[in-house]
Design a protein around this ligand. Sequence first.
Ligand code: FAD
Length: 347
Amino acid sequence: MKGISSDGVLVLGETKCSGAVSDTVYELSAKARALADSLKSSAGRRHDVNVIMMLDEKNASEADLGRIGQYGADAVAVVRGDGLPFDRAKCAKILALLAKKARPQILLASATAFGRSVMPYAAALLGTGLTADCTGLEIEEDRGLLLQTRPAIGGNVMAVIKTPNHRPQMATVRPGTFGIPEPVRGRTAKVMEPEMPYIDDSVRASSFEPFNACRAALHERDAIVSGGKGLRRAEGFELISRLAETVGAGVGASRPVVEMKWIGYPHQVGLSGQAVSPKVYIAAGISGTVQHLAGMSSSGKIVSINRDPEAPIFKVSDVAICGDLYEVIPMLIERIEKRKRGARDDG
Ligand SMILES: Cc1cc2nc3c(=O)[nH]c(=O)nc-3n(C[C@H](O)[C@H](O)[C@H](O)COP(=O)(O)OP(=O)(O)OC[C@H]3O[C@@H](n4cnc5c(N)ncnc54)[C@H](O)[C@@H]3O)c2cc1C
């Protein structure tokens, strides 16, 4: 790819619903930098970290994109176009084309809705493998292969996967896995717009509903309120949403309630859903199985509401409220609103 050196680590970036660069890009760029440095020590030379961003005309300013350099990226290749980034098939074709030119050893994306839909398609186009939902990435000392760690068999074992025969070695990473390091002030990434050949986009998304997607973009939220089977009926999510609105949180869910179609899959937290690590995670009517914990146990503070004093979720909770959620949540909402009113009156 013109201006982007080959043989290093490529990161597929994305923006938040607001159009700003997503925190996951900073997180992955920093990890990519560490991996590239390990590749360097095994091969004796420096490898670049490049980020690809697919944007519509409004998203992310050049200064915003250049700032990715503070987290370790050398260059950011920007592809702007109608339908991007929502036309995932087109994004995958563009990614595969750019990866064929840049020939990276490693290609990473976050395990967000975007990364999860674009990366498998791109892997098929590139004729390589993909390890989804990794929770650890390292470089193997002797052969310089990417060691891709992810939970397997219902979260009971951690599998370490290698891609010895195909390139690039592709992986998606759960958001929040590595955290975002302090930026290196003064560093900036070179921002460029690579020339793109014609992309056949005869199959196109006919509509997109950004509101719902943003509501479910849980990895962007500082607080999440999740509901489980203890809600007993789909309407229970109205109460969960009221509490979420009161505290400015996103809405999450356990898998059974998603399977019962009480709420959409993008809200599912856990092993087969999203992995999140907000500052505050409130679990209501969720028992706390290992599969649910796999997606939220790294949250800053965990508050749980359950009527069973023996519920496993209490073992990982900072605040455990034993009671009926239909009594506890309205009380919580009332107290929080009262406190907000008090603060407004004082201020
Ligand atoms: C391969 C695999 C992947 C999976 N992936 C996921 C995943 O990504 N996410 C996920 O969540 N699960 C996942 N599961 C399912 C998981 O094993 C559990 O079935 C699920 O987490 C249980 O959901 P729950 O806590 O809502 O329901 P339950 O385990 O039935 O718990 C309901 C809880 O609500 C409490 N309760 C009932 N009524 C009230 C009330 N009125 N007030 C307060 N509390 C009340 C009960 O005491 C109970 O603790 C997966 C399973 C497998 C095998």
